[in-house]
Design a protein around this ligand. Structure first.
Ligand code: ATP
Length: 581
């Protein structure tokens, strides 16, 4: 019940619907029981009293009560569906907000497909669990109890017999109810099977080309076997309780006839006994059928707990290693400082006890071998990750002391694999500053040397990009992303220069766009082309998470430096490229 209560706590505004759903399904159960009582009255009038007119009146009452039952049940189910859908909607809304707010650490460890799957599957499970649980519980519990009371009033022996049969039936049902360990194992196997099936379908091309069979996909085959074994074992475990349940039901119905004959020999009125036998046979079937719903209540409760556990775990993970920002919103200067910073993505530190200071208003280039920690430093300045120890200061104040939004507005980042959204070019740029005028957006595009891109697009700046629209090349995408950063007009600019060579024209335009973006800003450039950094104020050379050298181009070239070594290697690599071209 705990999972169910936790799920309901996601829709506190629909408490009234919950109470009304219980009320209407409860009322419908009472109407149902009354309809069966009047079936008895009908049979009694028809057979025992032989009063056709009275029987007809009872028949009308039965019909009215059955219609009332259906109508009330329908209202109860509709209300519980409204409640279920609201819980699902609220869970989806919360998920969407948490995803937007999720830590980078979380997204490093979870692919977007995985997150989407967890949210989709569990959120959509919740509405059906909630929608069916209230009607199932009422029809499985209220209706049988009330019917037993009515039945005992009609005939105490038949009533007691029915009661005993129900106790046995309940024991059998409990034997068939899936316990939490089975449900846990079942959901795990099902999840594995789904995952393996997706992998198999994804690899269908390889399957076809190489004529591989399902046996080649060993883990898919094992998942099928595991699923089949588990469900088979469960079916076997249910065999005895199920057969016993059916036997008790049929025994009870068959027993009403010899018992009726026995009472006849004791001088009872034959037609009254006939009426009772028919009535008890009818309600026996009805009660047994409604009781079977108890089986689903157990698994529904487990599913409710699973769904809410999985989603809440996901929400918790999204918050892990997230910086808790304060509210300060005034940048005194754009100095950047690392004080004894240690940071690790997983267990091993990528940078350890790193300290350095960058002066506001100057331009810096970070260079170093692949994996030396350049992008990590850029991300830590951007506030993407919480450091393990030490301090990152912006404007001589702790990064955490600024509000997240303020910091976002003060720092612009352009990564080599820039992301554009499925929006128009214009909308993509305007995202950086929604209050910007049309002229400002157009000026940013012009400054980022995007004129030629816009000219060739069918609807100019209003052309849709992405899956539904036009695709741009890597270099073009980066220029639009630079336009976005120019419009943002942030005081600190971090650029991750593309390592893959763009064509000469694109390369020239990207450099022009960068120059415009860097004007008057504090700039940190992660440089891959060593020719493009000669004019920066200072170059920081990185190796294994440490800054091993720093200085301007001339100073570093004059010494026997690692930087000089890098420049020479770069020049050689370019020479080879020219020769092989
Ligand atoms: N999201 C991540 N999760 C785990 N480890 C990571 C993650 N990002 C980077 N690393 C590791 O951290 C180290 C530093 O990576 P970083 O991207 O900062 O290097 P880099 O100098 O920018 O490299 P490159 O020039 O190849 O982009 C590498 O060993 C890398 O494998």
């Amino acid at each position: 019940m705990d999972g169910y209560k936790r799920l309901l706590s996601y829709a506190p505004e629909k408490k009234r619907e919950l109470v009304l759903a219980i009320f209407f399904t409860g009322l419908s159960a009472i109407a149902q029981v009354f309809s069966y009582f009047y079936i008895w009255k009908f049979l009694e009038a028809l057979l025992a009293s032989n009063n056709l007119q009275e029987a007809m009146q009872y028949a009308v009452v039965v019909i009215v009560l059955l219609i009332t039952y259906i109508f009330l049940y329908f209202i109860g189910v509709a209300l519980s569906h409204i409640l279920g859908f609201r819980v699902e909607t609220n869970l989806r809304k919360k998920s969407a907000l948490n995803v937007v707010d999720g830590s980078f650490h979380f997204f490093d460890n979870h692919s977007s497909g995985e997150v989407n799957k967890i949210i989709n599957e569990n959120a959509s499970n919740t509405h059906s669990i909630i929608a069916h649980m209230i009607p199932d519980i009422t029809s499985a519990i209220i209706a049988p109890i009330l019917l037993i009371i009515v039945a005992t009033n009609i005939d105490i022996t038949f009533g007691v017999l029915l009661f005993l049969a129900l106790i046995f039936a309940f024991i059998c049902l409990k034997g068939m109810m899936s316990d939490s360990s089975f449900m846990e194992a079942y959901l795990k196997v099902l999840e594995r099977l789904n995952g393996e099936t997706v992998e198999y379908v994804r690899g269908m091309q390889v399957v076809k080309i190489f004529g591989a069979s399902v046996y080649t996909f060993k883990s898919f085959y094992e998942a099928i076997k595991e699923y089949s074994n588990l469900t088979y074992q469960h079916a076997i475990n249910c065999k005895h309780p199920y057969v016993s349940f059916q036997t008790i039901l049929n025994l009870y119905i068959s027993f009403t006839i010899p018992y009726g004959i026995y009472t006849l020999t004791r001088g009872s009125e034959p037609l009254e006994i006939a009426a009772k036998v028919i009535f008890f046979a009818i309600i026996g079937g009805v009660i047994f059928t409604s009781m079977t719903k108890i089986m689903y209540v157990g698994s529904d409760m487990f599913m409710a707990k699973e769904a809410v556990d999985k989603m809440e775990n996901l929400f918790e993970e999204m918050e892990e290693k997230k910086i808790s920002h304060s509210t300060y919103e005034d940048l005194q200067n754009t100095n950047i400082e690392f004080k004894d910073v240690t940071f690790s993505y997983e267990n091993a530190p990528v940078i350890e006890n790193l300290s350095f200071k960058l002066e506001g208003g100057k331009s810096y280039a970070l260079i170093g071998g692949s994996g030396s920690g350049k992008s990590t430093i850029a991300k830590l300045i951007g506030g993407f990750y919480k450091v393990d120890s030490g301090q990152v200061l912006i404007g001589d104040k702790l990064l955490e002391s600024y509000s997240e939004e303020f910091l976002n507005n003060k720092i612009a980042m352009v990564f080599q694999n820039a992301q554009l959204f499925d929006l128009t070019v214009f909308e993509n740029v305007k995202l950086a500053r929604p209050e910007a005028s049309d002229q400002e957006v157009m000026q940013a595009l012009k400054d980022a040397s995007c004129r030629d891109i816009i000219d060739k697009l069918p609807q100019g700046v209003h052309t849709m990009l992405g899956t539904e629209g036009v695709s741009l090349s890597g270099g073009e995408t980066q220029r639009i992303a630079i336009a976005r950063a120019i419009l943002k007009d942030a005081d600190i600019v971090i650029l991750d220069e593309a390592s893959a060579a763009a064509d000469a024209d694109n390369e020239y335009k990207i450099q022009q766009a960068f120059a415009k973006l860097m004007e008057g800003k504090t700039v940190i450039m992660i440089a891959h082309r060593l020719t493009s950094i000669r004019n920066v104020d200072e170059i920081l050379v990185m190796s294994q998470g440490q800054i091993i050298e720093r200085g301007d181009h001339e100073t570093l070239m004059a010494a026997d430096s690692k930087y000089k070594e890098f420049q020479e290697m770069y020049a050689k690599a370019n020479e080879w490229r020219v020769k092989s071209d």
